[in-house]
Design a protein. Structure first.
Length: 132
């Protein structure tokens, strides 16, 4: 037991600490989630919508693997771009930026890290919800 100089008493056992978050990393994730809250029709979903449950751990893993491949390509010196063609997303790993189409969206290192982190949260949440 710990007793304060004012008479308050607290349990002296170790408490969980949440000091492991880096504010810049959290801000990057918030920016990423905000940008991805806009639907193709222009409407917006809540950034916490995923907490209701997604598609189950197995399908979530496929998304994580795609984002990990993007991150891996970036660490190997590739530029990563996404293209949407007929409603399907196509990923391009490019070394020669002369072949980049102006309509393609660049995947930066920060975006790839945020996508991986978000997918880990989705997988963890779906597991806790029993969505295997």
């Amino acid at each position: 037991m710990r007793k304060s100089p004012h008479g308050g008493i607290r349990n002296a056992q170790e408490k969980l600490s949440y000091d492991f978050y880096e504010p810049r990393v959290e801000q990057d994730l918030a920016v990423y989630l905000h940008a991805h809250s806009f639907m193709p029709d222009g409407s917006r979903r809540s950034v916490s919508n995923w907490q209701k449950g997604m598609f189950g751990v197995k399908e979530d893993m496929q998304s994580l693997q795609r984002h990990l491949k993007d991150l891996e390509a970036l660490t190997k010196g590739y530029s990563v771009f996404k293209e949407v063609e007929d409603g399907e997303e196509i990923t391009h790993y490019i070394k020669d930026l002369n072949f980049v189409h102006p309509d393609w969206e660049e995947v930066t290192f920060v975006k790839a890290c945020c996508a991986v982190r978000f997918n880990i949260c989705v997988i963890h949440n779906d597991y806790l919800l029993g969505l295997e």
